[in-house]
Design a protein. Structure first.
Length: 153
């Protein structure tokens, strides 16, 4: 199984999802993340991941331009921009849009900004759990049915 998480800059949301996926999904699955653009991985995202025992060390920003999108079994887009500008896929059913607000845009006190990153961390975890739940049985069929998904997350 090959799973790709995509957001706008591959600096925060998709990086957190990649870390969660490496922790929660089966070890033999290939986990990737990328962005429409690239930007350095967020230190704040890494800090909130470390709160739950994970980190983004060794991860780096990558562009979807370097990815063979049709080789992915599932592409989970975590930003509206990524959902909108994802290149056409041979099988559009492999695209799972799960956009949520970018913690990098958070404003306020340091505590309020950190809380926005924590919320993003948990939304990224939920997106990864959806993939796990969808494929927790036999993953050899290639069926990426999206039945039962909740777009409100």
């Amino acid at each position: 199984m090959r799973v790709l998480f995509v957001c706008t800059a591959n600096a925060c949301r998709s990086q957190m999802a990649e870390a969660w996926a490496r922790h929660l999904l089966p070890a033999d699955w290939e986990i990737l993340s990328a962005g429409l653009l690239t930007s350095p991985v967020s230190r704040r995202a890494n800090a909130v991941m470390q709160e739950v025992g994970l980190n983004l060390d060794g991860q780096h920003s990558k562009s979807i331009d370097t990815m063979d999108l049709d080789s992915c079994d599932v592409i989970v887009t975590l930003s509206q921009e990524a959902s909108t500008y994802l290149p056409p896929l041979r099988d559009p059913g492999r695209h799972w849009p799960r956009p949520f607000h970018d913690p990098m845009e958070a404003k306020g006190s340091p505590d309020e900004v950190r809380e926005a990153f924590r919320v993003g961390r948990e939304k990224a975890r939920r997106a990864v759990r959806e993939v796990l739940d969808a494929f927790s049985g036999d993953t050899s069929s290639g069926d990426v049915s999206q039945s039962g998904r909740d777009n409100g997350k």
